[in-house]
Write a protein of this length. Structure first.
Length: 229
């Protein structure tokens, strides 16, 4: 059920820009009723999901021709000021608010280096350099705050945001900003479909095993009752 829920969430976000797939890490356990193999002496084990992890591999970068779409080619995360504090994302599908601030689709403002918003004029072209510097006309408006963290220093929050742990220290990002492009989800549709079929087959096998177990229990009860009578 955990695998199915995780897979369903991944498939639901195949078209979500910058989405990073969730995956599971398995370990094994032995049932209290497990017996040792007669030949090898090894105890029988079954897989169990020990914890979840997020695949941070880069997704495909596609052209959109929208000047307010941005992708990071390589390492890095856009810093965003949300209602819950500073969060980080790979989804560069931005817009300009009525206040002039560059923001994500949910209205969270994109942070400039050193904090604060990036304020733009509504009807002027926007140019962004590979290092995240934002220009309008001949004037530099600001520079996007783009940082990097160790994989273990951030935790996925919601669909497209990451939160850094309190003791995490950001590092300079090595990726470059591409304007008019968006990073796609890194969920492999074909792989997810194959896994979905495999999970459904597991359900069928477990259901069949449970049915056989119930039949054996029923037969045992009937045989005992027959002997007693």
């Amino acid at each position: 059920m955990e695998s199915l829920d995780m897979l369903a969430n991944n498939l639901a976000n195949v078209e979500t820009g910058g989405y990073k797939a969730d995956r599971e890490f398995y370990s094994v356990y032995s049932s209290l009723d497990a017996t040792a193999d007669a030949q090898t002496g090894e105890m029988s084990t079954l897989p169990v999901i020990e914890n979840h992890w997020t695949d941070l591999a880069q997704g495909e970068i596609r052209n959109t021709t929208n000047p307010l779409d941005f992708a990071i080619d390589g390492d890095g995360l856009f810093a965003v000021q949300t209602a819950r504090g500073v969060r980080y994302t790979r989804n560069g599908n931005f817009k300009i608010l009525s206040s002039g601030a560059l923001a994500t689709n949910d209205g969270s403002t994109v942070r400039a280096q050193g904090g604060g918003p990036i304020l733009l004029q509504q009807n002027m072209p926007v140019d962004v350099l590979p290092d995240g510097t934002v220009r309008q006309g001949l004037q530099t408006v600001g520079q996007m705050e783009i940082v990097s963290f160790d994989r273990s220093a951030i935790n996925k929050e919601g669909v497209n945001y990451f939160a850094a742990f309190s003791d995490a220290k950001p590092k300079p990002a090595t990726g470059v900003v591409l304007q008019g492009k968006l990073e796609q989800s890194n969920v492999g549709t074909a792989e997810a479909s194959v896994r979905l079929i495999a999970i459904m087959r597991q359900f069928e096998m477990l259901q069949k095993a449970a049915t056989i177990g119930n039949d054996l229990n029923t037969r045992a009860i009937q045989e005992v009752a027959r002997v007693v009578t």
